[in-house]
Design a protein around this ligand. Structure first.
Ligand code: C2E
Ligand code: C2E
Ligand code: C2E
Length: 91
């Protein structure tokens, strides 16, 4: 991708995350809870995460970042604009 354009923010919808069936959502729920705890950021309805965290989550879910991104978007947990972050990482 071009270096001039800033990567999109990755924003998790924490309320929507509570609606996702637990088995699938549990690793992401634990990960988000850990970040909230590390930041002391407990009151948010959303949580901005690092680009690197999406790659880490892809390892946790044993899926490619792009497949995981589509899954999280289909759950309504991740902003659709996040697709651009994964596209940029490919090149
Ligand atoms: P750290 O990575 O050593 O960051 C120390 C502090 O630098 C953070 O304290 C925060 O005030 C600031 N900081 C670092 N990177 C960023 C950033 O990209 N944006 C903003 N706005 N501030 C940044 P904080 O928030 O209390 O976090 C404490 C520690 O918790 C961090 O130490 C890191 O180890 C972990 N952490 C917090 N949020 C995340 C996250 O989203 N992903 C990961 N992987 N670790 C996180
Ligand atoms: P934004 O990034 O579009 O975020 C809009 C609102 O979403 C934020 O309003 C906040 O209520 C919520 N939000 C987003 N990410 C998080 C998160 O990780 N934790 C929590 N608890 N809430 C989150 P807010 O706080 O009034 O911020 C307004 C705008 O100010 C943000 O718009 C952003 O443009 C800027 N801003 C706030 N904090 C930071 C920051 O740490 N780094 C940078 N670069 N900008 C920030
Ligand atoms: P942001 O605060 O607007 O930061 C945007 C980007 O600037 C970050 O993207 C990172 O590349 C860089 N950046 C900002 N502060 C620091 C820093 O202290 N150290 C380093 N090495 N880089 C920094 P990134 O990592 O993808 O993070 C995206 C967003 O996730 C951040 O937007 C912030 O809202 C949140 N975030 C990430 N890490 C932390 C953290 O440790 N603490 C807090 N409170 N928020 C974080």
């Amino acid at each position: 991708g071009g270096a001039a354009e800033p990567p999109p923010r990755l924003v998790l919808d924490l309320e929507q995350l509570q609606q996702v069936p637990t088995e699938e959502a549990a690793p992401l729920q634990r990960y988000a809870a850990t970040i909230q705890s590390q930041r002391g950021d407990y009151n948010g309805k959303v949580l901005s995460i690092r680009q690197d965290d999406l790659r880490t989550l892809a390892v946790i879910y044993d899926q490619s970042p792009s497949v995981l991104t589509e899954k999280l978007i289909s759950w309504g947990v991740l902003n659709p604009d996040a697709r651009r972050a994964v596209d940029q990482q490919k090149s």
